[in-house]
Design a protein around this ligand. Structure first.
Ligand code: PMP
Length: 370
């Protein structure tokens, strides 16, 4: 009854969504804060004044949303956290034909794999990065060249470029997950200079708003660059499933072709309304992002004082280990007290746990049990 291809599927394992008791949830890098009230107002206004819009299919091209995303990026320069190394400027205008929207960046990434990565050559990616990349590669029958991280867990850029010369493309998260370490804009530019111009180079900026320079400014000069982004982290809308990518219009057209061969209408009417309202609340997001960064720095210091090693993070999570306690033990002990953090049983990182930065109160509660 089942198709043979199911035998080789190896699905993504998201952070637990347990319901057996109430948990402080620090295991999926969701935002500690709710979206601004403008989002609630916009959604209830839609439902109260234009309920009929739910009877109709949404705009297949998400035109209004793409225009608002372009405005938002042009206004912010592409990052929200108010830190000196994160502020970036664009010296060109991002236009809506450079933007493709999907149902979470997971869907966008799936289309990226399908549209740009051939199965005749490997795709270069770090050994440890977003764990959905190997899942998509498996799904589409694309081989990955998984390049080990350096001993300090930073990307081995030289090796990645060496493999990149004869690859079908490159993909990594910046800052990387689950390590939280970021490459600078100069390093990304150097990678692009040394990467084949006829292959697509994907930078997944899911966590960029928490203190990393964005690669958006490089889009002007590198037509093979795609920057993937999400509303799930800094914009507090993981439950709505909205993601996008920014790149040259030819790449966007290819993604649109893939979308229209799969699901014509990915972003629904309510999600689109929420997302547009969110993008107009720039000051709110700048405030909470800065707050999360502050909590992260304080929490990292406090954990270090307790004997944990904390990798300096540029994200809304930290990756930590302890000299005597196993990662699985830390995870289990913390879970017993009603706090969920993330443990990966993957060899090489099995002694670490990944902890999402929540509110100051949540992190204080966690510190007590760690
Ligand atoms: N990229 C990275 C690096 C992530 O950690 C995540 C979140 N799990 C995603 C992409 C996907 O985010 P979403 O589908 O919620 O937009």
């Amino acid at each position: 009854m089942l198709a043979n291809r199911l035998k080789t599927l190896n699905p993504y394992k998201p952070g637990e969504q347990l319901t057996d008791r109430e948990y402080i949830k620090l295991n999926a890098n969701e935002n500690a804060f709710p979206p601004p009230k403008e989002v609630a107002n916009a959604v209830s206004n839609l439902l109260n004044t234009n309920l009929k819009s739910l009877s109709l299919y949404p705009d297949p091209d998400s035109t209004d949303l793409r225009v608002e995303i372009a405005n938002f990026l042009n206004k912010t320069g592409g990052v929200l956290a108010n830190t000196k190394d994160a502020k970036s400027k664009l010296d060109f205008e991002i236009t809506s034909d450079m933007i493709f929207c999907g149902n979470g960046s997971d869907e966008v990434l799936s289309f990226v794999f399908y549209a740009f990565f051939d199965d005749d050559k490997k795709v270069v990616t770090p050994e440890f990065s977003y764990s959905f990349y190997p899942v998509y590669a498996g799904y589409y029958g694309i081989e990955l060249e998984k390049v080990p991280l350096k001993s300090d867990f930073s990307l081995d850029v030289e090796k990645m470029l060496e493999y990149g010369k004869n690859s079908s493309g490159m993909i990594f998260a910046n800052p990387n997950a689950p390590t939280g370490i970021a490459l600078s804009l100069t390093e990304i530019k150097n990678m692009l200079d040394n990467f084949p111009k006829d292959r697509v180079f994907v930078v997944d900026e899911a966590y960029v708003d928490f203190g990393t320079e964005s690669a958006l400014s490089l889009l002007k000069d590198y037509k093979n660059l795609l920057v993937v982004r999400t509303f799930s982290k800094s914009i507090c809308l993981a439950g709505m499933r909205i993601g996008y990518t920014v790149g040259n219009p030819e790449l966007i057209k290819a993604l649109t072709l893939v979308k229209n061969s799969f699901n014509h209408f990915p972003v629904d009417v309510i999600c689109k309304t929420a997302a547009i309202a969110a993008l107009k609340s720039y000051e709110y997001y700048e405030k909470i992002t800065t707050e999360i960064v502050k909590t992260r720095e304080w929490f990292s210091q406090e954990l270090s004082k307790k004997g944990y090693s904390v990798i300096p993070s540029k994200t809304n999570f930290v990756f930590v280990n302890h000299p005597t306690k196993k990662g699985s033990e830390i995870y289990e002990d913390v879970k017993k007290t009603g706090i969920l953090i993330r443990h990966f049983a993957t060899p090489g990182i099995e002694n670490f746990v990944r902890i999402t930065i929540g509110t100051r109160e949540q992190m204080e509660a966690l510190l007590k049990v760690m």
